[in-house]
Design a protein around this ligand. Structure first.
Ligand SMILES: [Zn+2]
Length: 481
């Protein structure tokens, strides 16, 4: 009897050991990485199949935002990525505040792993190095972008279990040349960054005990940018990249709205530490994932080929299940007011029910830009997205897609193939204005400012499209002459 029990236990133990691969993680923080720059570059999903082989999946987010209680600048968001808490708890409300952060209550989350796991924080920005740990066992390494890869490879060779890595390059490119998918220098910095990440992934895959390890690689931006800067309230700056390579999540797109602070919580959960026990604002990312969607060959859209004198014209759109509007737009050299391109709301007040897409002169912009405004039922009563600033005289494709009570995506597609994507949540979407949709006007048909550029090839779908489908839609119809 005793012998039988021992045999049974031995069998049970080895099965248990086999099931539990050793958790390992790298959290890669990219300074100034706009999400749409990655989409425009074709990095979605991030290297699929991933260099980590068939057991691993690549999952991307189209809805990760910077923390809500601080500007879209590095210090508060670096701190959130490393500690899992927003500025109210961390005390890091903007750049320059990191040294005074509340790390006795909310340390770098590597502190919760130190002791049981080998941990390292590789930072290149001196202020980031001030995000303190509560454990002396977390190794801090000050290393710039040119040496970060070698330092990370060395940490891997030294068998680090959990590592945070900082890469500054995207921010440098953005401040120097513009945080734009069309900025060649910005894209070169992203390429440089992607090379580092791929080299790390390759090194992970070659580890001698890789087959018995369970890797989680989180790639997260601290903020995006607009023009040569960031910190503004628009999604240009508040919508950074986030993707995860893991065995845990399926290939595709996270459907939940995420925060950059979720990176820290997700890292902890991977090592069996419950984020909720440490009063974090970030939550471990859940496995709600949809596949990347193809754009159907046959789309049931209504199209209008009208312009100039034929504007404005009114149409009815059933918005209940969501909708998508696409058009090709070319702004005139001068444009006064915030002229509607299309809309079903009274644009005299952006809090009115309905939607409007308009052309205006954005702050910092040198020419006309395009924005979208949507009415919401509850305060703040409105959601504003934009602005996109095309080059003077440049015809672009504009496509907006609304998932009611969830999210609005707004994309500008340029003839050279670059795309810009912005997103905002639209909880309590209020589309019921009681007015038709006008093209070339707002819902009243009488807005005092009129768009004096051209609108053509209007296509309306009474269904929402996902960002990857919006991009495909533009590629398909923008090239057709
Ligand atoms: Zn910056």
């Amino acid at each position: 009897m005793k012998k039988l029990l021992l045999v049974f236990l031995a069998g049970f133990c080895s099965a248990a050991l086999m099931a539990a691969d050793k958790p390992k993680a790298v959290l890669i923080m990219l300074d100034g990485a706009r999400n749409d720059a990655f989409l425009s570059q074709g990095y979605y999903p991030f290297n699929n199949p991933t260099p980590l082989g068939p057991d691993y999946h690549s999952t991307v987010s189209f809805s990760t935002m910077t923390i809500p209680d601080a500007p879209a600048n590095s210090a508060p968001n670096h701190t959130a990525i490393a500690t899992g808490v927003f500025a109210t708890k961390s005390g890091v409300k903007d750049n320059g505040y990191t040294a005074g952060g509340n790390y006795s209550n909310y340390p770098n989350v590597l502190s919760y792993l130190a002791g049981n796991f080998k941990t390292a924080f590789l930072f290149g920005w001196a202020e980031s190095g001030q995000i303190a740990s509560s454990s002396p066992e977390v190794t801090y390494i000050n290393v710039g972008d040119m040496e970060v890869e070698a330092a990370a490879l060395k940490a891997l060779a030294d068998d680090v279990d959990a590592m945070q890595i900082y890469i500054n390059a995207p921010d440098e490119g953005g401040h120097g040349y513009g945080f734009y998918p069309h900025s060649r220098q910005y894209r070169e910095k992203l390429d440089f960054t992607v090379d580092i990440i791929n080299n790390l992934l390759a090194a992970i895959a070659e580890r001698p005990d890789f087959a018995n390890e369970d890797w989680l690689v989180i790639i997260v931006g601290d903020h995006g940018g607009y023009g040569l800067s960031h910190g503004m309230a628009s999604a240009h700056a508040r919508y950074p990249h986030l993707s995860i390579i893991s065995k845990k999540y399926k290939d595709g797109v996270f459907t939940d709205s995420l925060s950059v602070a979720d990176a820290a919580a997700t890292l902890l959960a991977h090592f069996g530490v419950k984020p909720e026990e440490h009063d974090l604002d970030g939550k471990a990312v859940q496995g709600n994932v949809r596949p990347l969607m193809e754009l159907p060959e046959n789309l049931d859209f209504v199209s209008y080929e009208r312009s100039g004198d034929e504007l404005p014209f009114a149409v009815n759109i059933d918005t209940e299940n969501g909708f998508t509007v696409y058009m090709r737009v070319n702004a005139a050299e001068s444009q006064s007011g915030d002229a509607p391109l299309f809309g079903n709301k009274d644009w005299q007040n952006g809090s009115n029910p309905g939607i409007v897409m308009a052309c205006n002169y954005p702050y910092g912009g040198t020419g006309p830009g395009y924005i979208v405004n949507i009415g919401l039922k509850d305060k703040p009563n409105r959601s504003d997205i934009g602005s996109f600033d095309p080059l003077p005289g440049q015809e672009v494709g504009l496509i907006v897609s609304v998932f009611p009570d969830d999210r609005c995506f707004f994309m500008e597609y340029r003839p050279d193939g670059e795309c810009y994507l912005l997103t905002e949540p639209v909880p309590g979407t209020n589309m019921e204005s009681g007015m038709p949709f006008y093209f070339g006007q707002d819902g009243t048909g009488k807005y005092p400012y009129t768009f004096n550029g051209s609108i053509k090839d209007v296509r309306i779908l009474e269904q929402p499209l996902y960002p990857e489908q919006m991009l495909e839609f533009c590629r398909r119809y923008m090239t057709e002459e």
